[in-house]
Design a binder for this molecule. Sequence first.
Ligand code: FES
Length: 155
Amino acid sequence: MKGESIGDNHEIEVFIVCPADAIERGDARAFSLSRIENDGANRPFPIVVGRTAGNHFYGYVNRCPHDGVWLNIGSGEFFTPNRSFIKCGRHGAMFELESGLCISGPCNGKALEPLAVAVIGSDVCVCGVKLVEDDQLADLFDAADETMDIMIHPD
Ligand code: FES
């Protein structure tokens, strides 16, 4: 993972998480990152980044709003069997893919904490969160140019 700031007056932290093609359409992947807090401390920052069948990327903090556990606890699976909803592996709460809203289960009406996710060049990036960098990855950001396709979620 590699971070970069973009923008002139309002700089946004942008961190490459993985190549976009590392997540199949209709699938999701978990990442265990570290976030740099305002006090300078590093804290665990588990996230899930998914890709809809329609090729839209989304991201959430991987933490159920009801009990705070990883959504893919247990089986490692993020989805209901038909892959229409994200689900909590422990209690079965169901969340809409694109809004993160819980529509069934103990946290009905609450929502997952959204992440701003952008596809820049061929990489999926998390924006607006200061993360600890992994210097093992090449600086792929330099390869991006003016033609980069940026999609921010949520709108
Ligand atoms: S931890 Fe929230 S539904 Fe399981």
